[in-house]
Design a binder for this molecule. Structure first.
Ligand code: 13P
Ligand code: SF4
Length: 338
């Protein structure tokens, strides 16, 4: 705790100090409880790259949504504590139907996944009955079950390229990822759902240009969901922006940060990823493109809620078998190509 100037501690400062100390103590208590409970229950804790530092610190695996589901499938734990948002826990449950998958906070949703529901997708398909449906992983299990292919930010271009060029494609739900994929594959017959994530849509080309001027020797890492991705690609292709962008999933960003010789990185995604970046690369500097690029859903999970999940086996995420089978087929078609 910092005090301004050289003034002495007063009553309010002492109270604040006690509150700070108590908070740290309870965090330490929860951490110890979580670590011992997870052994006792043969549970594994999976945390997305955007989770709070206290959550990342107790996790067995940290990664992007698909890597976490793959870890869930490979684990011999009976219980998966999925620290992320709801659609990610659903994907884990689809991939490993025999495991108990728990999410510490059932309200951890995703603004992007909720831009399309099964009814809307059915009527879109009715307008394009011969189209191939490609869904980004940020979708509900029911939407995945209506899709031909799933995709992630790192394999979307490859999946679309594998589809015969004469077939129409319905790409959903992210319009930035969709327009990036259309540009990269040069397809004219791809229809993109107008969905967006409130966090990434808030990062715009102006934010990028300002930061890149300031940190002109830094590597620039950008998530394909960003509102700025298509504009940035356009500016680079016209030579207006003298910088190459590394368009990567959150795990792709982590790998790039480790392997690059650069000392500075401008990072255009949710700021939770910076904790792991700094921890794994203590001698490099990571600059968020926007300090308030924060996903409130990702921050709902904390140590107290993880402890509650372990003690009371809540909140179970279970996809009905028929929906799970169809959704699994879309995920497996993706895995066969990736
Ligand atoms: P990643 O799969 O790249 O981790 O992205 C998931 C997400 O929700 C991005 O906002
Ligand atoms: Fe969904 Fe956006 Fe949060 Fe990712 S950052 S989980 S896309 S709301």
């Amino acid at each position: 705790m910092k005090l301004s100037g050289n003034r002495l501690l007063d009553y309010a400062d002492l109270n604040a100090l006690i509150r700070y100390y108590m908070m740290t103590m309870s965090e330490i208590d929860y951490r110890a409880m979580v670590i011992s409970l997870k052994k006792e229950k043969n549970a594994v804790i999976l945390a997305h790259n955007y989770q709070l530092p206290e959550v990342q610190d107790v996790a067995d695996v940290i990664g992007d949504s698909l890597a976490l589901s793959r870890s869930a499938a490979m684990s011999d734990a009976d219980t998966i504590i999925f620290c992320g948002v709801h659609f990610m826990a659903e994907t884990a449950s689809i991939i490993c139907p025999d495991k108990l998958v728990l999410i510490p906070d059932p309200d951890a949703g995703c603004s992007l996944a909720s831009t399309i529901n099964p009814r809307e997708l059915k009527s879109w398909i009715a307008e394009h009955p011969d189209a191939v449906v490609v869904s980004y992983v940020n979708t509900s299990a029911e939407v995945k079950a209506l899709s031909d292919y799933c995709c992630t930010s790192s394999n979307a271009v490859r999946i679309v390229n594998s589809i015969p060029s004469n077939r129409e494609i319905l790409f959903l739900p992210d319009m930035f990822l969709g327009s990036y994929v259309a540009k990269m594959t040069k397809r004219k017959n791809i229809f993109v759902w107008p969905g967006e994530c409130h966090v990434h849509a808030g990062i715009n080309a102006q934010d990028i240009n300002d930061m890149l001027k300031k940190f002109n020797s830094a590597d620039f890492l950008v998530h394909p969901e960003c509102g700025c991705t298509s504009t940035t690609l356009y500016h680079i292709s016209t030579g207006e922006l003298q910088k190459s962008a590394h368009i990567l999933s959150t795990e792709g960003m982590m790998k790039h940060a480790l392997s690059s010789d650069a000392k500075q990185f401008v990072v255009a995604t949710e700021t939770g990823i910076l904790y792991r970046m700094k921890k794994e690369n203590p001698h490099k500097q990571f600059i968020p493109i926007k300090r308030d690029a924060i996903c409130k859903y990702m921050k709902l999970v904390n140590l107290e809620k993880i402890r509650n999940s372990l003690v009371n086996s809540v909140f179970r995420v279970k996809v009905p078998p028929r929906t799970a089978a169809k959704a699994r087929a879309a995920i497996e078609r993706m895995l066969a190509i990736s």
